[in-house]
Design a protein around this ligand. Sequence first.
Ligand SMILES: *[C@@H]1O[C@H](CO)[C@@H](O)[C@H](O)[C@H]1NC(C)=O
Length: 357
Amino acid sequence: MFPTFILLSVLLFSSLSLSNAQYKPPLFVFGDSLYDDGMTLYNGVKGAGAEFWPYGETYFKKPAGRYSDGRLIPDFIAQYAGLPFLQPYLKPGLKDYTKGINFASAGACVLVELRPQTINLKRQINYFVEMVGKLKQQVGEAQAKKLLSEAVYLFNIAGNDYVVLIQKNVKKLPVSNFKKRRQMNMIIGNLTSHIKTIYNQGGRKFAFQNLGPLGCMPSMKYMLNFKGTCAEEPQQLARMHNAAFGSQLKRLQGQLPGFKYSVYDFYTSLYLRVLYGTRYGFRESQTACCGSGSYNGDFTCQKKGTSFSVCSNPNDYLWFDAAHPTDKANQAFSKEFWSGGSNLVSPYNLQNLFAAR
Ligand SMILES: *[C@@H]1O[C@H](CO)[C@@H](O)[C@H](O)[C@H]1NC(C)=O
């Protein structure tokens, strides 16, 4: 009798702790090409979606729908959180939504009129709401509610909105302060309403990578025919957006009970690596590994019928192509986002945001 009791309680205890150890809050990802892990491939636009060599060459050893030689920040974050690589929502045959899903797609903007052929943020949010219905069918209302409230919602978005603003005005720079502010207010207004949509579906834990130093991107320097380290006008746009969006998140925290968030200062982190590449292990921090033109800033990497060059060791490079970091750089950013101090990521880092109740 006694041994049976012990055996039973041991069994019960270990199965309880096992199920606890296996449960991880899901990760839902929204954004543009920095986070796209295949959505664009399934959207059926020819030539988009990083579908040809040399994309994927370092880690996946073949093109993997990701704009890098290897993994992206959401790949590393999923791994740190104990989750598998996330599936892109448009992948046919998906059945399990309990680990999270990736909705991010290359070229995406917040403002819907800017790039109509892409899966903009609004469409991503609509897909998310549709997915919530499927998740409820899969696991039931109560379990879905628990998953949605414990999930982390990770964003990288709005960089393209400002790239388009510069692109449209490239012959008449600088853009007036009035135009900049008007566009920024629309972007932050729409972003806010999308955050509230997720909140109303039960989401509580939000994480944002702020806008990177847009003026240091090889593609931006190529477009502006700029010779130097970073072009100031796009830099100023990114800083203006980051400051205003930071204040907006603080306001949201005051308005929405239970709303928690994390902002990673990607701007500073990437900017420091552009300026002082060698200190961070990047022998080349201005010219991209793959592409053509000045700084390899012409977006020809993988384009059929164009001539482009590819470096032999992407690990020496900060930029893999004209606008996207290498696997090695993404790993460094992800470590900071996951467990960095409050100078890099605040109020929560991702590790603490995942653990928060
Ligand atoms: C959202 O963006 C559109 C332009 O795409 C703009 O007309 C609208 O005012 C914005 N909404 C908010 C709440 O800012």
